[in-house]
Design a protein around this ligand. Sequence first.
Ligand code: SAM
Length: 264
Amino acid sequence: MNYYQVKYRDLTVNYTPVLDGGGMTFGQQYLEVIRRKLGRVGHVFEYCAGPGFIGFSILANGLCDKLTLADVNPEAVKAVKATIAENRLEDRVTVYQSDCLDHIPTTEKWDLVVSNPPHFDGEQHDYQAAIRLVDPGWEIHRKFYRDIKKYLNPGASVIFQENAQATSSEDFAPMIRENGLQLVEVFRTDGQGHAARPDKRGSGTVARLVRETVRETMLPIEKALMNSRIERLLKDNDVYRKLSMLPIFTPRHLYFMWSKAQTA
Ligand SMILES: C[S@@+](CC[C@H](N)C(=O)[O-])C[C@H]1O[C@@H](n2cnc3c(N)ncnc32)[C@H](O)[C@@H]1O
């Protein structure tokens, strides 16, 4: 397989444009978030990892010692395996093909979980057409929060990157609390990873209506682009990559949800 490649310091990550769900661009905000909120951690897990842009970049920047990744898409797992082999990371990086956490052994124990998961609610048929985008009935989030505790070291953090045009933190807060995690903070960044104004858009009828409208127009557009030649042309391109890293083009509608396992 001839992969496209992006470099994080001395680590080369293999991918194809259709596996990129934003981790190469806005997902890189995690670096500053981790530096500011946690500092270096031991073992990181990237959930819904795709090619692992976020996890590999955290590793390459010396912010963790070990990395585990998982995705349901076998093509994403193949790309990750190619990255592990090419960079000789067999002793530090593990990948699982797994529907949510279903096929990950509980011998895995993590200090930090990161994820840019599918951000839009939808029907099963939307999910089949667009597994990068759609979480039908929030099943991928719900199952994650239901099962994650047994993989967490005491005091471990879970930080998800979410999309305020599709959700508010209130969609996920009950899942966090019901499963014995503590919600630490919901925050936006200014595009560079610096904490910005907190997420205040969660509640209210107007906010909900705006979100519904945006979601109903965005999802069909994104679905139409997905896997198309237009998407490949757009993303297979250094100009795209550079522009989408500039703060001015970085989506402002992303937010992070930080939760924590209880300390022992
Ligand atoms: C928004 S994309 C993010 C990809 C990559 N992390 C990035 O940031 O570019 C969401 C990812 O979730 C994966 N996914 C969808 N359903 C899943 C499931 N049931 N279990 C695990 N991963 C899933 C998709 O294959 C896709 O790679």
